[in-house]
Ligand binder design. Structure first.
Ligand code: NAD
Ligand code: UDP
Length: 340
């Protein structure tokens, strides 16, 4: 590696692999650190195939301080994009200690290594889940932080740690990217989301129904106070999100301190609208059954994307039709995900 690379933690995962590709294509050298606890090395092999060059890959756990020390002293990264973490809401309710330990301890070990090596540029994967049930819509960054589950609490805690760290270390430049609902896949159909077990999220579940791996989608609540009674979310194409990370990295140079930024489209889509779009994109029927509301769900959530537009000069460009078409291409060509 010639120039100082970007360290991408969790770069073998869903959003990390798309972002790694985007960074490689933009000319960055990329160093991925991932323990592969929720991903496959095949994703990075395919990223290399698409980019025409490979990221450096270090298989390690973020909580392994010696491994971090080796990575920082050997590769001297100039900036960090920090994706690595556990992300399943339901699992976090059942195993809170595991979530706090992995997400918060892992982040602390990373930040300590960054400071020890004078690496002062950070892009952090936060989530709109930190807003809990929002007081006003669209949600802007001044909305209060009140997560409703341990996963969301870990994101809120890590944000707090980074903000306090920035107060104590004025050189630190950080962006706390609050993603809304990432979906979709690279348009090649070579990389995409590969959930282990039964998917918790809407679009991966719908796509497994479309490909015949599952019988029917359960619609969690048809009596929400929304136009068609089903939950409304701000779905964002993973390629838009990847480009948002590139824009964030570029914005770090001119930034003062640490601040949060929403990454969403500003458009709400209901469960029923998503099912209809997916059926059109895949030319498959998507059987649905109405089910009770899922515990902890909210009616409606969508972003005010204005701050990202102004600060990062970035806006999501891809619509729900493209999100479904690209998810479907990935699912159809890789019905078992990265398992070959
Ligand atoms: P993912 O599970 O596909 O990727 C996370 C990666 O981190 C995986 O490759 C996993 O192996 C790795 N990892 C986990 N713990 C680790 C550790 N201790 N050490 C090293 N590697 C570790 O998830 P994703 O969907 O790509 O999400 C990436 C980030 O974005 C996560 O922090 C997640 O919380 C956040 N996020 C995701 C969503 C979403 O809906 N996908 C929404 C908002 C925020
Ligand atoms: N949803 C659903 N059936 C499913 C999964 C999700 O009806 O099998 C609904 C869920 O109630 C919410 C929307 O789809 O209204 C998005 O859910 P997801 O879990 O993807 O995202 P989040 O709830 O985290 O925004």
């Amino acid at each position: 590696m010639s120039a100082a690379p970007v360290l991408v933690t969790g770069g073998a995962g869903y959003i990390g692999s798309h972002t790694t590709l985007c960074l490689l294509q933009a000319g960055f050298d990329v160093l991925v650190l991932d323990n592969l606890s929720n991903s496959s090395p095949e994703s990075l092999r395919r990223v290399a195939e698409l980019a025409g060059r490979a990221p450096v890959f270090v298989e390690a756990d973020l909580r392994d301080r010696q491994a971090l020390e080796n990575v920082f002293s050997h590769y001297r990264p100039a900036s960090v994009v920090h994706f690595a973490g556990l992300k399943a809401v339901g699992e976090s309710v059942e195993q809170p200690l595991r979530y706090y330990e992995n997400n918060v301890q892992g982040s602390l070990a990373l930040f300590e290594a960054m400071q020890a090596h004078d690496c002062a540029q950070l892009v952090f994967s936060s989530s709109a889940t930190v807003y809990g049930d929002p007081e006003s819509l669209p949600i802007d960054e001044s909305e209060s932080i009140k997560p409703t589950n341990p996963y969301g609490q870990t994101k809120a805690m890590i944000e707090r740690i980074i903000l306090d760290w920035g107060q104590a270390w004025p050189a630190l430049r950080g962006l706390l990217l609050r993603y809304f609902n990432p979906v979709g896949a690279h348009p090649s159909g070579r990389i995409g989301e590969d959930p282990q077990g039964i998917p918790n999220n809407l679009v991966p579940f719908i796509s497994q129904v479309a490909v015949g791996r599952r019988e029917a989608l359960q619609i969690f609540g048809s009596d929400w106070p929304t136009p068609d009674g089903t939950g409304v979310r701000d779905y964002i194409h993973v390629m838009d999100l990847a480009e948002g990370h590139l824009a964030a990295l570029r914005a770090l140079d001119g930034l003062n301190g640490v601040q949060p930024v929403n990454l969403g489209t500003g458009q709400g889509t209901s469960v029923r609208e998503m099912v209809d779009q997916f059926a059109r994109a895949s030319s498959r029927e998507i059987p649905v059954v109405e089910a009770p509301r899922r515990a902890g769900d909210i009616a409606t959530c969508y972003a005010d994307p204005g701050h990202a537009a102004q600060l990062l000069n970035w806006r999501a460009r891809r619509g729900v039709d493209e999100m479904c078409a690209d998810t479907w291409r990935w699912q159809r060509d890789n019905p078992q995900g990265f398992k070959i």
